[in-house]
Design a protein around this ligand. Structure first.
Ligand SMILES: Cc1cc2nc3c(=O)[nH]c(=O)nc-3n(C[C@H](O)[C@H](O)[C@H](O)COP(=O)(O)O)c2cc1C
Length: 328
């Protein structure tokens, strides 16, 4: 079965890509994932705050101090917060260890000097860059337009420093995501990675403390991605990756039918280990054969807004129908 796909211009042997996470802390980790069948790898992020910390207090003061403090507690113990220098070494080591494309990740929320690290990451050998723009709007005087403009500016800034492809990883919370996607394309983005999972803080009512916690996803998380992928596929000329809720071959199939070129997997690999990739690929191949597909590409986007026989099911009619059905 031909499981090949194209993402950010790379010809990949299949659509399974381990996503940004502590899955890769060394060249050995990367090799293990490649051996299990991964088609490309995404490294965990180098954070704007980590770069600013290194380049000094001066730059830190220019950044949004509030988001700076907040982000220092983001994913507190999840991966070994590598400084920029160590991160570049990790890129080099992983690149030397595997034959599949290596995608490094930069994570930030403001335009500024830190984005120059994109160039260093390129020089360290990364084949592509995933730019995670994670911003939580808290200022009542800041408009949605300003938030979007800044997102577009970051992408334009990064694209002006590198020649490797750049995929943008975003949250789902934009008023007109399709419009933002088109703007990001104009700013030079090569692909989108949908979506960031927000790790909602909880409240400890005894300690009166806001407690960050991280829950791994379930397949239910995929639904939010499916609709947006379906709205974008074939309508905006960008590579599309699904991230969030891909646990099984069925999830991969849904995401590809909606329009994803690749699916990123993290939670399922943290739970089941690297071998889960091989099992998922086997199940994917089996399903495609059973359903008489000749290739994965044949299936891609078949349930997107542009191609589904029932476009209304992706829009408001679906919402009304769901409520109606519940009453009956
Ligand atoms: C422990 C952990 C660490 C993560 N670190 C990063 C990171 O450094 N950069 C990033 O963009 N996403 C990071 N993520 C988010 C994942 O890349 C992914 O988007 C998210 O987990 C949803 O995919 P999943 O449902 O397959 O887990 C992390 C997720 C987990 C669980």
């Amino acid at each position: 079965m031909d499981l090949s796909t194209t993402f950010l211009g790379f010809e990949l042997k299949n659509p399974i890509v381990p996503g940004a996470s502590p899955l890769i802390e060394s060249a050995d980790d990367a090799r293990r994932l490649e051996d299990a069948g991964a088609a490309a790898l995404v490294l965990h992020s180098l954070f704007e705050e980590e770069i600013l910390r290194e380049v000094g207090a001066q730059l830190a003061a220019e950044a949004h101090t509030e988001s700076f403090a907040e982000a220092l507690t983001y994913f507190p113990d999840l991966h070994s917060h590598l400084g920029p220098g160590q991160y570049l070494e990790l890129v080099q080591q992983v690149k030397a260890a595997v034959g599949i494309p290596v995608i490094a990740s930069l994570n930030g929320s403001t335009p500024g000097g830190w984005t120059r690290y994109a160039k260093k990451i390129e020089e360290a050998g990364a084949d592509a860059l995933e730019l995670n723009i994670f911003f939580l709007a808290t200022d009542p005087s800041e408009t949605g337009q300003q938030v979007e403009d800044r997102t577009v500016d970051i992408v334009r800034e990064v694209k002006s420093t590198v020649t490797i492809p750049v995929a943008v990883k975003l949250s789902p919370f934009y008023s007109s995501f399709v419009n933002l996607a088109a703007r990001l394309k104009d700013a030079g983005a090569d692909g989108l990675v949908l979506f960031n999972r927000f790790y909602q803080p909880d409240i400890d009512i005894e300690e009166l403390a806001v407690t960050p916690n991280l829950r791994l996803s379930t397949s239910d998380d995929l639904r939010l991605r499916l609709r947006q992928l379906a709205l974008l596929a074939g309508r905006v000329d960008l590579s599309l990756a699904a991230t969030g809720g891909v646990h099984s071959a069925v999830d991969v199939i849904k995401a590809v039918m909606a329009g994803a070129d690749v699916t990123q997997i993290v939670s399922a690999l943290l739970i089941h280990g690297a071998e889960h990739i091989a099992r998922t690929l086997q199940a994917l191949e089996f399903w495609l054969e059973e359903h008489e597909y000749e290739s994965l590409r044949q299936m891609r986007g078949s349930m997107s807004l542009a191609r589904t026989p029932d476009p209304a099911a992706l829009g408001r009619a679906n919402y009304m129908q769901v409520l109606e059905d519940w009453r009956h």
